[in-house]
Design a protein around this ligand. Structure first.
Ligand SMILES: *Cc1c(COP(=O)(O)O)cnc(C)c1O
Length: 367
């Protein structure tokens, strides 16, 4: 917080009120960092080679046409319907700024991605968080009912960070049928590659169908390029043009675009790792259910533990077992699926915590 005594500078109060973004805590040497949904695998050799070969860092980056063309070909859209950003979070910021200003409303599920409230506040707009259902899923009916004359954007996150639950294709179609066409719907699919539930919505299958839908994806999670900062949007050209107009020029770097391009060329190798993470996730989920946890079946590379009032203490238990998790007060812990060697420690910690859960949150309590 600013201290008016030491700093007389006038800042926007809604910005000063924001809690500064907290990175996942640094892990000590022998702890597993399962707090940021990162990919535990090291970059594939082809990516390392591409990075070594992109030497012209004395020059500004190019326009990314080659990568945009590769994405466009893959999904059967035009290059103009593809937009790159320094992480898909930066595209989210651009889209919100392009569509919503002071007095406008942005609807999203809650709990969902921690970045949403801040991005809306920075745009000067107003957040309208809509509580998840009891089984930790988006309540699309309530989200549609929350639309007013002031609504400019609705964000749908699937799989939802942090609850790891999906929106089905059917639910999404019913939702889009009632959302007015002049409201921008952003489908945030940062974890879509990890989804194994066949009923889940797939944004790319909907391309061209809605004039108000933009789909966001990223190379940070499944493709393991979080540190390079690159994501993309697919949607109607004039909406993406508006996003481009708000963007900070040249913020997507050439090494990031090279690495992304090579990753698409070597997708099979990367998706094989994604499948392994998915298998480990399912094993962890089964073990958690076995321990007595009530956990929605996860579809991202992370699981959600609804620890409620004991969240802080629960995070400390994990810490003690060498597992760094993301504590999202006052609701629960998000635990990424990381190295296979982390699983024993993770399950030892969860076994210790489950016994202390307030009864309303344990499976026994639900029965
Ligand atoms: C990680 C994440 C993103 C993408 O982050 P970038 O690294 O900026 O691409 C977007 N949305 C959600 C919900 C995420 O969890």
């Amino acid at each position: 917080m600013t201290n008016p005594e030491t700093s007389p500078v006038k800042l926007r109060p809604e910005i000063v009120a924001l809690a500064a973004y907290r990175q996942g805590s640094p892990a000590s040497d022998d702890a597993f960092k399962l707090s940021s949904n990162e990919n535990p695998f090291e970059p594939i050799p082809a990516v390392i080679e591409a990075l070594a070969a992109s030497s012209a860092i004395n020059r500004y980056p190019g326009s990314g046409l080659e990568l945009r063309a590769a994405i466009a070909t893959r999904f059967g859209v035009t290059v103009a319907e593809v937009h790159l950003g320094a992480g898909s979070v930066s595209i989210l910021a651009q889209l919100i700024q392009a569509a919503a200003g002071v007095g406008d409303e942005v609807i999203y599920a809650w709990r969902s991605f921690e970045a949403y409230p801040g991005l809306v506040a920075v745009a000067g707009a107003t957040s309208v968080p809509v509580p998840n259902t009891a089984d930790e899923r988006h309540d699309l009916g309530a989200m549609a009912a929350a639309i007013t004359d002031r609504t400019r954007v609705v964000i749908v996150c699937t799989p939802n960070n942090p609850t790891s639950t999906i929106v089905t294709a059917e639910e999404f179609a019913a939702f889009m049928a009632v959302v007015p066409k002049d409201i921008l719907v952003i489908l945030d699919e940062a974890y879509v590659e990890f989804v194994t539930d066949e009923t889940a919505v797939d944004g790319m299958a909907l391309r061209g169908r809605y004039p108000n839908l933009v789909v966001l994806r990223t190379f940070s999670k499944a493709y393991g390029l979080a540190g390079l900062r690159i994501g993309y949007a697919v949607g109607p050209e004039h909406i993406l043009d508006a996003a481009r107009s708000t963007s900070i020029p040249l913020s997507v770097t050439e090494p990031a675009m090279r690495a992304a391009l090579v990753s698409l060329e070597h997708e099979d190798e990367l998706l094989e790792r994604v499948a392994r993470i998915g298998e480990l996730r399912d094993q962890v989920w089964l073990a958690l259910v076995d321990q007595g946890w009530s956990v929605p079946k996860p579809q991202g590379n992370f699981v959600w533990l609804a620890t409620g009032s004991i969240t802080e203490g629960a995070a400390e238990v994990f810490d003690r077992h060498g597992i760094v998790v993301r504590a999202l007060l006052p609701d629960g812990l998000r635990v990424s699926i990381g190295e296979a060697q982390s699983v024993d420690k993770l399950l030892r910690a969860s076994a210790e915590v489950v016994g202390n859960l307030p009864s309303a949150l344990s499976k026994a309590g639900l029965d």
